[in-house]
Design a protein around this ligand. Sequence first.
Ligand code: CP
Ligand code: NVA
Length: 312
Amino acid sequence: MISKFNRKDLISLSELTKEEIEVILNVADMIRTKHKNKELFVPLLGKSAAMIFRKPSTRTRVSFEVAMFQLGGAALYLSPNELQLGRGETIEDTARVLSRYVDGIIIRTFDHNEVIKLAENATIPVINALTDFSHPCQILSDLLTIRDKKKVLRGLKIAYVGDGNNVCNSWLFAAPKVEMHISVASPLKYAPDKEVVKKAEKIAKENKVNLIITENVDEAVKDADIIYTDVWASMGQEDKAEEKKKEFLKYQVNKSLVKKAKSDCLVMHCLPAHRGEEITDEVMDGPQSIVFDQAENRLHAQKGILALLLGR
Ligand code: CP
Ligand code: NVA
């Protein structure tokens, strides 16, 4: 199963095929079963991963560190301020040097191009742990969660409500690929990246699924199997938070919005949530919310990714 994956890096879901996504989910599922059965599975024995995080993180950092450890390897958390990167060493040289020590690099940063440059200059796998442009590990974990709950992905409709951000971009790449319908509702000013939408529309057309970008939140959630939201102001946009709070008022995921979707609609949020803004307590803690299963699956999905990329 593992040999089917011939990719060096995980940078964006736009690059992955449907089959590759399935392989990641299946390997993750297999490793999760072993973990739940308390079976030792250590394909990364003796391997290490460097983690460069230019932004804060709870889920991604902890789940990657624990995943490396549970797979038999080790993770080194490297704050850029303590690396020579913070004193002007280039990302290219950092890539070349780290490639001599470790077996993989996990990076969370602002500029997506930094991840691309890192990967081009590293001889070891590079994993995107979030950029301003995308968050592929999150959406792979989310697909695993949805598959667990709904048993299939094909034919489901996901309604993404909120900011057309990194998480939204990754959903736009992923959903049509796995033959899910997707609608995105956001204020016009915060609609997703046009280039991303163009690429996603092409895949949606090939796979005969619907893709709707709208300002109308009711239209987006109609017949939805999943409502998904994320913070209105992402990391790095703190100065825009107050302004955005006003602009996104209509886009709150609350009980009355959830009622407009299918009766068995599930609610997802990548977290961290700003409770009372993009999602109410009532919905987040309510029976349709699967946000903590979703958070748990970061660990399992990333084990799949690590085993496939570093386990060769
Ligand atoms: N969802 C997510 O990536 O969370 P962290 O920012 O806590 O890693
Ligand atoms: N869009 C959010 C996701 C956090 C996991 C951000 O970039 O801050």
